[in-house]
Write a protein that binds this ligand. Structure first.
Ligand code: GAF
Length: 379
């Protein structure tokens, strides 16, 4: 039975009728621009073919029936929606809450979902389910919202309901991306540009390798990085680190060595995203490789968000023939991306797996990623 049939059947078994529609939203990799989003900076992600799919319909009662084929079923009366309640269902409940907080009369509904975005791997599994829920609920209630407004609503769910102090990167990628392209986003002005990423045409493929070291954005490390950036911006007298134009002068004004490293990462990473944008515009994808490497070094040495499994995966991918590689996502585990010569990604994944086995680490998993479409309606 196809996944869509299983989803529809589960919906029918709960509601006794067909869903009103089926919506989807993808996970993402971030090509470059890590921890720049909440510093009003620049990011360049692309969406994955891995996605959350959601069968949905309105109910006659005031109940949210939230079902994950992989996890379990949760029922929440609308009146009980309250930020701070955890678990996977909080991401969906949070979307309903965010829409209601924004003044939309969202009613009881049944949302049945499945997702093949690996959980806790830095590929935006949570944004995928949030953005699928926003797409479904907007359509079901006739709410007019632009893709950017939808991304922002999903972010409200993540920040204010789930309690993860993240930026807009993941929700914007899941909602706004298009097939075969990367999404350049200026997180201050919210200007976007789709940049072609013709990897196959230029003889490349992108390996995404999950180190299986899980991470979370609700825990302290993400928040302390963010707080450190905000404190640095305050000391430097700028609205956000995006506004630092003279890095050396800024570093000279900061006493704390750790804070200097955090600032250096953000400022140099923003510059790398702008350079990557120019490279992608010019269609010279091979030239991205040194930027990926430099980004990884900056995350490892200055922002200190990598872990030994991630560093080993990046080193080994390069040693085995990737032309550039970096950790992708929030860090402290999760995935790496590696730009590989076409046809080589699987071999390079196996080489990393061998190095992991030799180091006594759990076996990684990997796949080859092509830029895919952002959220939409399937049926
Ligand atoms: C996570 C967050 F959700 C994003 O907002 C972003 O900060 C990213 O980490 C790091 O670039 O995915």
């Amino acid at each position: 039975m196809s996944k869509l049939d299983t989803l529809t059947q589960r919906y029918r078994s709960i509601v006794g009728d067909d869903p009103e529609g089926i919506w989807f939203a993808p996970g993402r990799v971030n090509l470059i621009g890590e921890h720049t989003d909440y510093n009003d900076g620049f990011v360049l992600p692309f969406a994955l073919e891995r996605r959350a799919i959601m069968a949905a319909g309105l109910r006659d009662d005031d109940l949210l029936v939230l079902v994950s084929l992989e996890l379990d079923e949760v029922r929440i009366p609308l009146a009980d929606l309250a930020p701070g309640v955890g678990g996977w269902a909080a991401y969906l409940a949070g979307v309903v809450w965010a829409l209601r907080e924004a003044g939309h009369d969202v009613r009881g509904c049944t949302l049945v979902m499945t997702s093949d975005v690996p959980l806790g791997a830095g590929l935006s599994s949570s944004a995928a389910i949030e953005c699928a829920a926003v797409a479904a609920l907007c359509d079901l209630h006739g709410i007019e919202a632009t893709p950017m407004e939808r991304a922002k609503l999903a972010r409200v769910a993540e920040n204010a309901y789930v309690g993860a102090p993240t930026g807009l990167l993941d929700q914007a990628a899941s909602t706004l991306c298009r097939a075969d392209a990367g999404l350049f986003l200026d997180c201050r002005t919210l200007e976007t540009e789709m940049v072609p990423l013709p990897m196959a045409e230029q003889g490349f493929e992108m390996l995404v390798l999950d180190t299986k070291t899980p991470h979370s954005h609700v825990d302290g490390e993400y928040g302390t990085r963010r707080a450190s950036c905000e404190e640095a911006a305050r000391i430097l007298g700028v609205p956000a680190l995006r506004d630092v134009t003279d890095l050396d002068a800024a570093l000279a004004r900061l006493d704390d060595e750790e804070m200097r490293r955090r600032v250096r990462h953000v400022v140099t990473e923003n510059a790398r995203v702008l350079e990557a944008l120019e490279i992608a515009r010019a269609g010279r994808l091979a030239d991205l490789a040194p930027l990926l490497d430099a980004s990884h070094a900056s995350m490892r040495d200055d922002y200190e968000i990598t872990v030994p499994t991630v560093d080993l995966a990046v080193e080994e991918a390069r040693r085995a023939g990737a032309i550039g590689a970096r950790m992708t996502g929030g860090g402290f585990g999760g995935c790496i991306i590696a730009l590989c010569p076409a046809g080589e990604a699987d071999r390079i994944g196996r080489a990393v797996a061998e190095a992991f086995a030799a180091a006594g680490y759990d076996a990684p998993e990997w796949f080859t990623a092509l830029p895919a479409a952002g959220a939409g309606r399937l049926a």
